[in-house]
Design a protein around this ligand. Structure first.
Ligand code: SAM
Length: 276
């Protein structure tokens, strides 16, 4: 899989073999990039300008605050990347994406979809934003990483790259790790009451099925007066599995009740939630 990031701050990312340290140079994502699971190429928008000052922005038509990123350097840059033109682009293989506070909300489901593509181009805005014709004529989608305004698209692009790369085969230690975590895909196996063999050891994470992950504990068993839930130390796999499911349900109800609307819930789950 290949990412191309269009930015006026390429040093923000830095490639895995560069000596400078960028946001993608850490942890499992850096390892995945080093091992060639995905490539990230950054493109300095200023290299696609033709004036002495390498101007990428201009004043907004209609007046008002701030500056707007000009379309020409962005078009020249993206067209140099040899992605298919928008009209003939196979969006099951390639996507040109504008990071924008006005975009559709980026989610784990979007990350899973992008992880199936060969090629993703990420255009990072700055200032007041990007000339609208970039979105209209060049991009397949506009993505927002949340309901707040960042000063530039670089952080948002990093969020997209990180969350997609870790889903690619071979990046996480265990193939199922990304399935059994917060916002995991709905899956019958995610529910302990439908799991094929409830005597199997609980997995490192125990399938959220669209819920938030359950709380995790490690040694020491007691820390600053707070003991781990006893069930986790008793070796009863079915009981651990049940506790994790219920803890995930409780956490989701407390922090993200909206997720419960679409989660796959058993009768037992519903009964547990009703009791909370
Ligand atoms: N005037 C714009 C608005 O009100 O929607 C905000 C522009 S923002 C200061 C500059 C750039 O940061 C945007 O063009 C976009 O690339 C990026 N950006 C800001 N917030 C974002 C978000 N929530 N998700 C993705 N990108 C964002």
């Amino acid at each position: 899989m290949r990412f191309d990031i269009v930015t006026i701050f390429p040093a923000f990312f830095s490639s895995p073999d560069a000596s400078a340290t960028g946001v993608l140079n850490f942890g499992v994502v850096a390892r995945g990039l080093r091992e060639g699971v995905a490539e990230v190429h950054t493109h300095d928008l200023r290299s696609f300008t033709h004036d002495r000052h390498r101007t990428v922005d201009d004043r907004p038509f209609g007046g008002g605050e701030g500056m707007v990123l000009k379309p020409e350097p962005i078009f020249d840059c993206v067209e140099s990347l040899q992605v298919a033109p928008k009209s003939g682009r196979d969006t099951h293989r390639q996507s040109v994406i504008l990071l924008s506070a006005q975009g559709k909300r980026f989610s784990q489901a979007t990350a899973r979809r992008l992880a199936t593509l060969d090629r993703v181009v990420l255009i990072c805005g700055r200032y007041e934003g990007v000339d609208e014709r970039v979105s209209q004529l060049l991009c397949d989608e506009e993505l927002s990483i949340g309901d707040y305004v960042l000063s530039g698209g670089e952080l948002a692009a990093s969020v997209v790259v990180d969350s997609v790369v870790r889903l690619l085969p071979g990046v996480l230690g265990h193939a199922d790790s990304s399935k059994f975590e917060s916002f995991g895909e709905d899956d019958a196996a995610s529910n302990p009451t439908t799991e094929s063999n409830s005597q199997d050891p609980p997995r490192a994470t125990n399938a959220s099925g669209g819920l938030l992950d359950y709380p995790h504990y490690t040694r020491p068993a007691e820390f600053r007066g707070v003991a781990i839930p006893e069930v986790l130390a008793e070796g009863d796999h079915a009981a651990v599995r049940r506790w994790r499911r219920q803890a995930a349900l409780a956490k989701t109800l407390a922090n993200r009740p909206d997720l419960l609307e679409n989660a796959e819930l058993s009768d037992e789950d519903r009964e547990f939630l009703a009791g909370l």
